[in-house]
Design a binder for this molecule. Structure first.
Ligand code: GAR
Length: 222
């Protein structure tokens, strides 16, 4: 499998890069991105995809008259086959709609090597910790359990690992002694909503075009 990251083309306000935003939950990140894009940007949310029928993010897309797709997990008992079939359906939508960049925004499924091989360099994720610390699905819980006094969020390109791809930007958030998962999550989300649109601006304006030379270094926003 190629290890090369192929980034999307440079967008313009007249011809913005077409984003597919993948969500699984409430979609507060999607909402803030749509708000940001109400001023013309070099990227635009062309469609929203969720595997969850009742995902709040699908309602946000509907309210904003953005194309949306509920793509349920197929009922196939073999997990690998099921994941492949699910991603094939998604890939078809992405092709039909000329999508140029996949934006994971609270999408709680791991993308398989099959889909990554088609999109490597053109799938970006936001994770609610300062990677490489606290990867995985329970970042806030793990930060609190470790007694860390600092957390934050990270935007990174998606590779074949879990939360391991090249880091494009980070923001820090203090952890308070009396924080709960919810209070920490709320504070981190405020930073996520500022960071993600700005990093998308950079991706879609060619800022990271020398990424492959700098693959081992981090483009930290901190
Ligand atoms: C966000 O905090 C995002 O960083 C996190 O899910 C939340 C989605 O919130 N993503 C992950 O944990 C991915 N592993 P939202 O649905 O309100 O945008």
């Amino acid at each position: 499998m190629s290890s090369e990251f192929i980034l999307p083309r440079v967008g313009t306000k007249d011809n913005p890069v077409r984003l597919a935003v993948f969500i699984s939950g409430g979609g507060s990140g999607l909402k803030s991105l749509i708000e940001y894009q109400k001023t013309p940007r070099v990227h635009i949310t062309s469609l929203v995809i969720s595997e969850k029928r009742n995902a709040g993010g699908l309602k946000i897309a509907e309210k904003n008259e953005i194309l949306r797709f509920h793509v349920p997990l197929p009922t196939i008992s073999d997990k690998t086959e099921m994941r492949l079939e699910h991603e094939k359906q998604i890939q078809q939508i992405l092709e039909n709609e000329n999508i140029e960049l996949i934006v994971l925004s609270g999408y709680m499924r791991i993308i398989s090597p099959w889909l990554i091989s088609k999109w490597k360099g053109r799938i970006v994720n936001i994770h609610p910790s300062l990677l490489p610390n606290f990867p995985g699905a329970h970042a806030h819980r793990d930060v609190l359990a470790a007694g860390s006094n600092i957390s934050g969020c990270t935007v990174h390109l998606v590779d074949e690992g879990v939360d391991t791809g090249p880091i494009l930007g980070q923001s820090r958030v203090d952890v308070h002694p009396d924080d709960s998962i919810k209070s920490l999550q709320d504070r981190v989300k405020i930073e996520e909503h500022k960071l993600y649109p700005k990093i998308l601006d950079k991706i879609c304006s060619g800022f990271y075009f020398n990424l492959n030379q700098k693959i081992d270094s981090h483009f930290s926003e901190v």
